[in-house]
Design a protein around this ligand. Structure first.
Ligand code: UD1
Length: 358
């Protein structure tokens, strides 16, 4: 069997490794990694391949940035030719990024079998591009591999046949379990001893609108008077800070604005932060596993299990609530995760077992 894995953006790489390495143990399978080039900065891409020990992509489509339609269409055009040439038996796609849906659309029109890893998550918010990507990808997939039972329920509710759904667990946690012992404090913080908070922001809903983004930055400025903030900036966010609030880092000295960090450095910060403020999906899961309090600056989540079983709280833009929650953490309140089934470091093994018997 010939398998093509399609990846393109930072969170995809973290999910690919456990599946790829477990499948490598099957001699009757051949695998190729195709990188769409959606993320192209070395700090968003190649550093992850190196730290996670993923082989270099066999093919890079070098798509780069663009509007969603332009980016998705460009990927589809190149995959169309690629799939004809390679003639794979299975396309494996990950998560909810534009590269995922582009591959699913191209493969389905060619009658190729599609396996979706991290299937079934739903925020029920169609203003998020990722929600559209999730729905389309799931409905085009032949095999929907889910991280948790709420995802199975979502798929069944949407009429997806039960025979397509397999609960395999959370692959992002596989990588975390494997690499946690190697997590390293970033060199720039070698002298850091006091408590700190960690911030990440990149969702269009938070950073693309100048006035609401500025309110958020001013909030962080006030918060930095109480606790040091470490803020690795996504390229999208950097562009907006540079154009709307160029003096931000000179005004607020207790906010460390950093370029995107490597996996091992970021993992260390997540594990040691007093709390995390984020709009990322994956970070909600990682903080839950690490028992680090997480406040999500979004109105909803496609990962509700991190709230019911973990350390995640949905804040939206309710800064009053956020202040209250942070105050409690500063006073010593602890949050605890209850064990989530199949978030155990073995999801990749289960996925490989499933794929190898197809
Ligand atoms: C994408 C995913 C999002 C995921 C995130 C992780 C979609 C719809 N969104 O969002 O779900 O959480 O990746 O980071 O696929 N840029 C660079 N260098 C890069 C990559 C991007 O400068 O290596 C800039 C480009 O100017 C681009 C902007 O960042 O326009 C946004 O990049 P894009 O890949 O479109 O989406 P993300 O915001 O990264």
């Amino acid at each position: 069997m010939k398998i093509i894995h399609i990846v393109g953006a930072r969170p995809n790489f973290i999910k690919l490794e456990p599946v790829y390495s477990s499948l490598s143990e099957n001699s009757h399978l051949s695998q190729k990694i195709v990188h769409t080039g959606q993320h192209y900065d070395p700090k968003m891409s190649s550093v992850f391949f190196e730290e996670l020990s993923i082989p270099k992509p066999d093919i890079n489509l070098e798509i780069g940035s663009g509007s969603h339609a332009i980016q998705t269409a460009a990927m589809m055009e190149k995959m169309d030719t690629l799939f004809d040439k390679e003639n794979p038996n299975l396309i494996v796609v990950y998560g909810d990024v534009n590269s995922t849906v582009a591959a699913a659309l191209t493969a389905s029109k060619k009658g190729l079998k599609i396996c979706h890893v991290e299937s079934g998550l739903r925020s029920r918010d169609r203003s998020m591009p990722e929600e559209i990507n999730r729905i389309i990808t799931d409905h085009l997939s032949d095999y929907c591999l889910t991280p948790s039972s709420d995802a199975d329920e979502n798929l069944i509710r949407e009429g997806i046949d039960k025979s397509k759904i397999v609960l395999t667990g959370n692959v992002m946690i596989d990588t975390l379990v494997r690499l946690k012992p190697k997590a390293t404090k970033p060199d720039v913080f070698c002298d850091l001893t006091q408590p700190f908070s960690l911030v990440t922001l990149h969702r269009p809903s938070n950073v693309d609108d100048a006035s609401s983004f500025k309110i958020l930055l001013l909030y962080l400025g006030e918060l930095s008077k109480k606790i040091q903030i470490i803020f690795p900036i996504h390229p999208r966010t950097k562009k907006h800070i540079d154009s709307h609030f160029p003096s931000f880092s000179t005004i607020y000295k207790n906010i460390a604005l950093l370029p995107p960090l490597s996996y091992l450095n970021f993992l260390w910060l997540q594990a040691h932060a007093l709390f995390v403020l984020t709009d990322s999906g994956g970070i909600q899961e990682e903080t839950t596993f690490l028992n680090t309090p997480c406040f999500t600056l979004r109105e909803n989540t496609e990962r509700p299990i991190t709230c019911t079983h973990g350390t995640n709280k949905i804040i939206g833009s309710n800064f009053g609530l956020l202040n209250q929650e942070i105050e409690e953490i500063l006073e010593g309140k602890k949050l605890h995760t209850t064990q989530i089934p199949l978030w155990d470091g073995q999801a990749g093994v289960r996925i490989a077992k499933f794929i190898s018997q197809l």
